[in-house]
Design a protein around this ligand. Structure first.
Ligand code: ATP
Length: 304
């Protein structure tokens, strides 16, 4: 399942996040069932799963917001024990984030300049360019979307090694979402930075991801570099009954009928064998998500 081989992480740099046997219980209910993974530096990770799968809980474990069983290290530190120190190098947006509503935008920037050693008000102002937010505005007068824009600007203005974004674009319109992700990639991302994003709009972030994690009911069922996803999984659209039967011999991991056509997804099947049977392509992440979420295991033996 999770790839822990040395080939995936640059030998020179230790992973930014390491989890071993990460387990979380709320009362008698176990939410995370012992996750093992490494997240190397300089990567953009998408953490994808259904509602209640355990994404936020996993992120909260990385941020030291929840105590878990097993081991988790972020930048070599135990996030729960060393949260204050770690927050100098980690920035995050949570899905329940809030800003001090009574302040003006410029007052918020002044406050953050005082309390955060790596916050740059100039950068925050730059990230607000193109929005309707002005320094004199009171935060409580901003719309929900403007509030989210301000929050993103503030977080991107922190010079952090790890940026964790839990549903960052909730409430934002499509134009802004697209611009935000583009700026994140072009103006924020560097080789020293690592980004972890959760979103249900996975197709919107697919273009920028280097790695993907699918989490289902507290288990990591896929952890893979995007390049490997593209090499490994193939989608086939096939109409002809005979060809469908032929294609099934290759053991699709998923099959459905869409607009009268049969769509199959294959894992690790040579594309040359499938090509004569119909139209082949690489499945989008959302197609792959639907396919793999329905299986008891998602190719655990061959992942990555
Ligand atoms: N403080 C808590 N007490 C009890 N149960 C909790 C608590 N926080 C989360 N849970 C439960 O843990 C499970 C995972 O929640 P989590 O927020 O990690 O899911 P998620 O994948 O982020 O979901 P979503 O996409 O809906 O945000 C859910 O069943 C949730 O009800």
């Amino acid at each position: 399942m999770t790839d822990l081989s040395p080939t995936t992480s640059p030998a020179v740099q230790p992973p930014i996040v390491t989890a071993r046997g990460l387990r979380k219980r709320f009362g008698r209910k176990e939410i995370l069932h012992g996750l093992d993974f490494d997240i190397p530096a300089g990567r953009i990770y998408g953490l994808v799963g259904h509602n209640g799968a355990g994404k936020t809980t996993t992120l909260n474990a990385m941020l030291g917001l929840t105590n878990c069983e097993g081991t988790i290290r972020v930048l070599g530190e135990d996030p729960f024990a060393r949260r204050a120190q770690l927050m100098e190098n980690v920035a995050f947006i949570s899905d329940v984030a809030s800003l001090p509503r009574f302040m003006r935008v410029r007052e918020l920037f002044a406050l953050l300049t005082n309390i955060h050693p790596n916050f740059s008000p100039e950068k925050a102002r730059q990230f607000l360019e193109g929005t309707d937010i002005r320094p004199e505005m009171k935060i409580k007068t901003l719309s929900k979307g403007m509030m989210a824009q301000l929050h993103l600007a503030v977080v991107m203005a922190i010079d952090a090694k790890l940026l964790v974004l839990d549903e960052p674009t909730l409430g934002l319109d499509i134009t802004y979402r697209k611009r935000f992700y583009r700026r994140l990639l072009e103006d924020y991302m560097t080789e020293e930075r690592t980004l972890i994003i959760t979103t249900h709009q996975v197709d919107e972030i697919e273009f920028m991801l280097s790695d993907i994690m699918f989490i289902r009911d507290g288990d990591l069922i896929l952890h893979m570099q995007m390049e490997t996803v593209n090499d490994k999984f193939t989608q086939l659209v096939v109409n002809d009954n005979e060809k469908q039967a032929e294609a099934r011999k290759y053991g699709p991991v998923y099959e459905e009928t869409r607009f009268g056509q049969t769509v199959m997804i294959f894992d690790g099947v040579d594309r040359a064998s499938l090509e004569p049977l119909g139209k082949i392509s690489t499945p989008t992440l959302s197609d792959l998500f639907v396919a793999l979420m329905q299986r008891p295991t998602a190719n655990p033996e061959t992942a990555q």
